[in-house]
Design a protein around this ligand. Structure first.
Ligand code: PMP
Length: 461
């Protein structure tokens, strides 16, 4: 048992005892594939997955009674942490009047109006349930509107598990990458037919000249990009890249889809588009939009979005825009926008401090690592010997990530953090997140535990 009362307002209890998690895992493996509902939650990352029982604010509690500071925050969905009282109240009030109608409803109008107000360049919205779905609609819409087939995506970007975008999203060995101007297309899954991604081209992110050569024959319907790489740790875009990409797309009649599934309603009211001063043709939202309920959206100018009108590009969905999700999304947005968006500034400030503090703590403990963050999203990159010898101070792209990041060491570090009461994803390709409920004391606690976790790594290697 550990008590860190001097650092924390509340006690963190980590007995390290996982007997009940182990029992649940045994039972789970009989009826759930790998004992979980998504591979990233399973034994490949965690060894023994920790079975969670409840959450409150910045904390989650497992079935054995251990308490953790949650820095994973539902892979970014939980922008207000767990069980926020305002959202709980909204859930109770909404649910008592019916959770979903699958009809027109005032709530969807009100939420769409708010999104249009805060998001650069959008006039209309269509709701969906997950980021994957929103991207699927966006790509089909772009193809339908342009009458073109080809989709360009970037290596190291993830846009959900839809076949046409499931290429070059996993880290590989450097020699498997191919020429940076002509990356080797690598499907990320079995079960994809070659036809499903035959119209997908992959480019290195930041490489405008390759994008231009792909766009120049005017067969490209859309370029799909994450505005910052959030699925290879955290890698910001090269300066000026996004506005230049938007301009290039305009020149060749290609639609630019910016996938704000992770960044939307997290970095600023207007997401990464606002931060980087650009406007896409189509924007997708997910994760933080629903603050823990499955709400996603695709949005754009009316001339683009009207392509989804009946008889044109098809998008259906029984579960689109349910009352419960919409009500929570609307209330969450109001919380974020209150006091001139103070919540965004606070999350940014704490994200900066956590990133800086983690890097210092880990390096002082003798493990060479760098952190990169954009506001509340951050990742610690454990450097390989090759990176240390080369004096690497920044991970600039997917190729740097594949060459210079010691993913196994990061995994062991993350598991050592979990042992110390700080829950984060053991995948180096994901990232940690500061929510509106993460306090300054939480940040200092995570930094203190990072020092210990890094020391423990050295002791065991
Ligand atoms: N786009 C991006 C940028 C993502 O990071 C993710 C999920 N991590 C998705 C789309 C897919 O979202 P979902 O898991 O809600 O389908």
């Amino acid at each position: 048992m550990r008590s860190d009362g001097e650092i924390l307002n509340e006690k963190v209890l980590v007995s390290g005892e996982r007997a009940l998690s182990a029992a649940w895992f045994e039972r789970a493996q009989l009826v759930l594939v790998e004992g979980v509902s998504s591979p990233s939650r399973g034994p490949v990352n965690y060894g023994l997955p920790v079975f969670m029982a409840r959450g409150s604010g910045s904390r989650i509690f497992d079935v054995d009674g251990n308490e953790y500071l949650d820095l994973m925050m539902g892979y970014g969905a939980l922008v207000h942490g767990h069980a926020h009282p305002v959202l709980l109240d909204v859930i109770a009030r909404t649910a008592s009047a019916g959770t979903m109608f699958a009809t027109a409803s005032p709530l969807e109008v009100e939420l769409a109006e708010r999104l249009v107000e805060v998001t650069p360049g959008i006039e209309q919205v269509r709701f969906a349930n997950t980021g994957t779905e929103a991207v699927m609609v966006a790509v089909r819409l772009a193809r339908g509107l342009t009458g073109r087939r080809t989709l360009v995506k970037f290596e190291g970007h993830y846009h959900g598990w839809y076949d046409a975008v499931l290429l070059n999203g996993h880290p590989v060995l450097p020699h498997q990458l191919g020429d940076p101007h002509d990356p080797i297309p690598i499907p990320d899954s079995s079960g994809l037919t070659p036809g499903s991604y035959a119209d997908t081209r992959v480019a290195a992110w930041g490489d405008l000249s390759t994008v231009e050569s792909l766009l120049s024959d005017r067969s490209v319907a859309c370029v799909l990009t994450e505005p910052l790489m959030a699925n290879m740790g955290v890698i910001p875009p090269p300066p000026g890249f996004l506005p230049q990409l938007a301009e290039l797309c305009r020149r060749y009649g290609t639609l630019l889809i910016v996938d704000e599934t992770v960044t939307g309603l997290r970095l600023a009211p207007g997401g990464a588009q606002q931060l980087y001063g650009m406007e896409a043709d189509i924007v997708t939202f997910g994760k933080a939009l629903g603050a823990g309920l499955p709400v996603a959206a695709v949005a754009g100018r009316t001339e683009v979005m009207s392509g989804l009108s009946w008889g044109r590009v098809l998008h259906y969905g029984t579960q689109n825009a349910p009352q419960l999700g919409l009500a929570v999304a609307r209330a969450s947005l109001e919380l974020l926008l209150a006091d001139d968006g103070k919540a965004f500034a606070e999350m940014r400030r704490r994200g900066d401090r956590l990133a800086q503090g983690l890097a210092e703590a880990v390096n002082e403990a003798g493990v060479t690592a760098i952190t990169q963050n954009v506001g509340p999203m951050l990742q610690l990159f454990m450097l390989t010997d090759e990176a240390v010898a080369a004096g690497v101070t920044e991970i600039k792209d997917f190729r740097d990530f594949c060459r210079f990041c010691d993913r196994d060491r990061f995994r062991r570090f993350a598991l050592a953090m979990i042992e110390r009461g700080v829950y984060l994803s053991p995948s180096a390709a994901l990232h940690s997140i500061v929510s509106t409920q993460t306090t300054d004391a939480d940040v200092e606690f995570a930094i203190a535990m990072a020092r210990e976790a890094a020391q423990s790594l050295l002791a065991t290697t």
